[in-house]
Design a protein around this ligand. Structure first.
Ligand SMILES: Cc1cc2nc3c(=O)[nH]c(=O)nc-3n(C[C@H](O)[C@H](O)[C@H](O)COP(=O)(O)O)c2cc1C
Length: 471
């Protein structure tokens, strides 16, 4: 062992970290027990105090809320251990902020075809092309993805490589379809890192309740009150409206319009299925629209087959609500809304329409696409009633199988109504798109780019005025 090495700045800095870490650990033991008696706040006000404790930046990029949920839990866990954890979406992360932190934790999902989630665009365009010097920075990257996609975890990998190129040390973990074993292993590793960050692994092992900080959201038992076929005679797959109510003596979980209901079906409890919630809590019903999917061999899909046929009215099921921040109304709750979608995507849009009607805001325009006006005019009476009463300002429907009429899709309506779309945007409207990615989501995006221009659409994404739930 050379003298230079013993006296090297890194060694001295390491020893100093250990001393500070030990002090932090002592304080932490007292503080953790206090925290356990307090309600664990996820607000960033926690990050402001306790300046003597190690600071971690917890960043997320999330399209449907899973990465955000994990980041939130991780920040809560770090705070409960006595660290200063600042939670933020990646688009709020700046160069100075990264330089001023020695540790960061990234939870990043990949969407589209290997793309970053929509809200991460400013980060991708402004920060990723930059060169920063982060030689002492330690980062953990948790990349969420799905192996079914060719570009598995591409965005998480991109950020991991970028961090390494800036001189940071980075550990990458890829998670396939929220695999619980991978998440549990990562969680165990984070508990180790946390102790290192706090000043040495030879300190106390984590308390048992700290190990399970990635708990799944609470579930509630609900009963299927009614199942209604919405498109009898359709050439497409049957689409059902499912109305769930609370079991006697229980309450439905809380949600906001845009959120998802996560169901565990008996045949495959390890893989919950998410559905957009079409109702609002004031309805006292949790409503969803489910299309029966049919496999290539003609047999019904496992989850949709059971929901559309297996489970009977009166039967019960565990459900949990998944916060879907990127598709909630958020700051757009008071703006005029343009709601665009197709098929079962109507569910996500209906939630917003109902939430706004409850707020007595009828300034909303629904552009909806289906196959035939004869068989697929979903919830037509309800939509017509809203239109009559002014609770819906405009309703445009695009039918792709309407006798001899030319095939019309929602993106065609967007192009046809370009002037009106521009006028709505000029007076502050926000756009929400829900439904299939292939064809609809991509087509509408292209049409909007044509109508509004690349830059204006980009600005709408950045300011949260263009939100998509496409699958
Ligand atoms: C429309 C769509 C596109 C997706 N594209 C990819 C992809 O290209 N690569 C990948 O690894 N995962 C992809 N996924 C899977 C997501 O990354 C995965 O479901 C993740 O857990 C979602 O996290 P989030 O809720 O934070 O967005 C895609 C998911 C959806 C719904």
């Amino acid at each position: 062992m050379s003298l230079e090495w013993i006296l090297s700045p890194q060694r001295i800095a390491g020893a100093a970290t250990l001393v500070v870490g030990y002090a932090a650990l002592c304080a932490r033991v007292a503080w953790v027990s206090r925290r356990k008696r307090l309600d664990l706040s996820h607000g960033n006000e926690e990050a402001a105090g306790h300046s003597q404790w190690p600071a971690v930046l917890v960043c997320y990029a999330s399209q449907t809320g899973q990465a955000e949920g994990i980041a939130r839990e991780a920040a809560g866990m770090l705070r409960a251990s006595g660290m200063r954890a600042t939670l933020m979406p990646v688009d709020a992360v700046g160069a100075d902020m990264l330089r001023s932190h020695e540790r960061s934790l990234w939870v990043l999902s990949t969407t589209g075809e290997g793309d970053a989630p929509d809200h991460a665009l400013p980060f991708v365009q402004a920060l990723l092309p930059k060169s920063l010097s982060l030689p002492n920075h330690q980062s953990q990257v948790l990349a969420l993805g799905d192996r079914e996609y060719r570009e598995f975890c591409a965005f998480g990998e991109q950020v991991h490589r970028w961090l390494e190129a800036q001189g940071a040390s980075s550990e990458l973990t890829r998670v396939d379809n929220m695999d619980r074993d991978t998440l549990r292993a990562w969680q165990a590793r984070m508990n180790e890192r946390k102790l290192e960050w706090l000043g040495g692994t030879d300190s106390q092992p984590p308390a048992p309740d700290e190990e399970e900080w990635l708990l799944p959201p609470a579930t509630t038992l609900v009963r299927l009150e009614r199942r209604t076929l919405l498109n009898p005679g359709s050439q497409g797959g049957p689409l059902y409206q499912l109305d769930w109510v609370a079991e006697p003596g229980r309450e439905l979980p809380h949600w906001e319009s845009g959120d998802l209901a996560s169901l565990r079906i008996p045949a495959d409890p390890a893989h919950p299925r998410d559905y957009s919630i079409a109702s609002i809590p004031q309805d006292n019903v949790l409503q969803m629209l489910v299309r029966l999917s049919v496999r290539e061999d003609g047999t019904p899909g496992m989850a949709s087959g059971w929901l559309c046929g297996g489970i009977r009215e009166g039967d019960s099921l565990e459900v949990s609500v998944r916060r879907h921040s990127s598709f909630r109304l958020g700051d757009s709750a008071g703006r005029p809304l343009i709601l665009i979608g197709n098929g079962s995507g109507l569910a996500g849009l209906l939630g917003h329409v109902r939430a706004r009607i409850a707020r007595q805001q009828g300034d909303q325009w629904l552009i909806f696409g289906e196959r035939s006006p004869v068989h697929d005019a979903l919830l037509d009476q309800q939509l017509q009633d809203w239109l009559q009463s002014g609770q819906l300002a405009r309703l445009d429907r695009a039918w792709s199988r309407d006798g001899d009429n030319p095939r019309l899709y929602v993106q065609d309506v967007v192009l046809e109504q370009a002037d009106a779309i521009r006028a709505w945007i000029a007076r502050g409207a926000a756009i929400f798109v829900c439904g299939s990615l292939q064809g609809m989501g991509q087509g509408v995006h292209k049409a909007l780019r044509q109508v509004l221009g690349e830059e204006a659409l980009h600005e709408l994404v950045q300011s949260g005025r263009y939100r998509r739930d496409v699958y």
